[in-house]
Design a protein around this ligand. Structure first.
Ligand code: SAM
Length: 251
């Protein structure tokens, strides 16, 4: 609890006011990732491998943008910082310990950007939904990574919808935002690598699946090269009676 409080306080100071409400999510994720480190290790290694596998095929490595960079657990940041001239990390929040770690490693070509990548606010006021439009203005862009972000755009939108109330947003808002991220990646003038969880299941102690949930709001996942499972809540994390296992793809 003390570590979380310190992380929260330090992150508050380096986060712009409109993004401070999201710090709690990032600190909770940081905490859970530490508790579940052993169970998450294979997923994180698979993600890093998929990103490097795509990066290695590039002819030029000037700028890479990582969307949903967050805690840098599944992003091969040292390798990217070595291979590219510039690494741009984009997330709602980058916790203080991650910023300090990057500074301590003297990764001088790494830039942190705080940005809402969902497009929710544009949709709310009826503006064109182009959440990745800003990538067109990034100079020498060779590579864009979406690192376990997409499902979280959907989850975040569901929370905001619950607050905004029925009628404030189009009915198919979550599907719209997920489609817009996939379309945005497809249109970006650079190579891309998408890693995302697409569904989860609740599995009881006997190994029986009790519930299955799609995380892409009915949008068909793109054709992918790799697929694996990620025990987001291993037995004992949320309950002694069940675990929650996500299915992840890399495109
Ligand atoms: C599962 S985590 C990804 C983990 C991260 N790639 C890492 O290596 O630690 C999802 C990330 O998406 C970010 N996120 C969620 N919704 C977002 C949004 N609308 N805009 C930008 N980032 C968002 C969260 O802050 C979080 O860091």
């Amino acid at each position: 609890m003390i570590l979380e409080a310190l992380q929260y306080a330090a992150t508050w100071r380096v986060t712009k006011p409109e993004h401070r409400p999201y710090i709690r999510y990032s600190v909770n994720l940081w905490s859970r990732a530490r508790r579940c480190a052993k169970d998450w290790a294979a997923h994180e290694a698979n993600t890093r491998r998929a990103i490097l596998e795509a990066a290695i095929k590039l002819e030029t490595r000037r700028t890479v943008v990582v969307l949903g960079s967050g805690l840098l657990r599944d992003v091969p940041i040292l390798e990217l910082a070595r291979a590219f001239d510039h690494v741009v990390l984009v997330d709602l929040v980058h916790v203080a310990s991650v910023r300090s770690w990057v500074a301590a490693k003297s990764l001088k070509n790494v830039t942190f950007i705080e940005r809402d990548l969902s497009g929710y606010d544009d949709l709310k006021v009826g503006r064109a939904l182009e959440p990745l439009d800003f990538l067109r203005r990034v100079p020498w862009l060779d590579f864009v990574v979406s690192a376990n972000l997409l499902s979280q755009i959907g989850m975040g939108a569901k929370k905001r919808l619950a607050k905004d109330g029925a009628g404030a947003m189009p009915e198919d808002t979550v599907a719209h935002l997920i489609r817009a991220h996939l379309d945005g990646l497809a249109q970006v003038p650079a190579k891309t690598c998408l890693v995302t969880d697409i569904a989860f299941e609740v599995v009881d102690r006997t190994g029986k699946t009790r519930e299955q949930t799609d995380l892409l709001a009915g949008i068909e996942p793109p054709a992918h090269q790799h697929r694996w499972t990620w025990p987001v809540a291993p037995l004992g994390e949320e309950s002694m009676d069940y675990q929650i296992i996500h299915t992840v793809i890399a495109v």
